[in-house]
Design a binder for this molecule. Sequence first.
Ligand code: SAM
Length: 269
Amino acid sequence: MSVREEYRVITSLTNDTIKSVRALHMRKERDLTGTFLAEGLKFIGEALDQGRAPKMLLVGEDARPHPLLDRAKTETRKAGGDIIIVTHAILEKISRRDNPQTVLGVFEQAYAPLDSLNPASAPCWVALEQVRDPGNLGTIIRTADAAGCGGVILIGDCVDPYSVEAVRATMGSVFAVSITKTTPEAFVAWRQSWPGSVVGTRLDATVSHRSAVMQKPSLILMGNEQAGLTDQLAAACDVNVKIPMRGRADSLNLAIATGIMVYAATDEA
Ligand code: SAM
């Protein structure tokens, strides 16, 4: 049986299902549906490995056969999701790219409530205050995954971790890292029972990140790209540290600084 016979096929750009998938570029639609878009077989494989089958699998009519694609179809169907064959033009429209991935998935968003987190389950956790750049957030989620962090906590008004740009920057780690949303007030109250060190990062700190005592599990607080870490959150930390700046740059990029901090906090040496 050919692919076209076996699955629903959509060729019209104005089809309602295609319109609803394209709308996932907008935060309002993602918030409303609690879903997001992930592009490419690598992402879909990461999702399946975490037991997260897509609600909808969109497969380009020119997609090459691949064992992972077969697995994705089987698991999507088993989980009651839709499998739809689409044209290259539809994939281009959805992804807003000339060279789109040939397989896309629509997935349920997942957030771990603050009080469900188990600090002792990992040596390091990351908390971000009002992160605004989706590329930074995606890169931080990827880095937190690579460094073996327990999760990423978003404090205050942050960019959506499930935006298409943020998800792309995670390279699939969006499925592996627990993500939590909270307010500054709830975070400050919750942090009181943190069993290890709570470490803030500030350009005006006098302690170097290398000389600070970081008792595991470390909870690393990073500030907003423009304003930095607020006084309210800096005051909630056991120590505030600075990564030495040796040249003329007055600060590091947020994602780079986070990488330096989480590897310093998880180093065994
Ligand atoms: N103008 C902002 C300020 O005064 O904090 C710069 C913010 S910086 C681009 C974004 C975040 O990256 C900071 O809030 C901090 O968490 C982290 N960061 C950047 N450079 C750092 C450094 N040298 N030491 C410690 N943290 C740093």
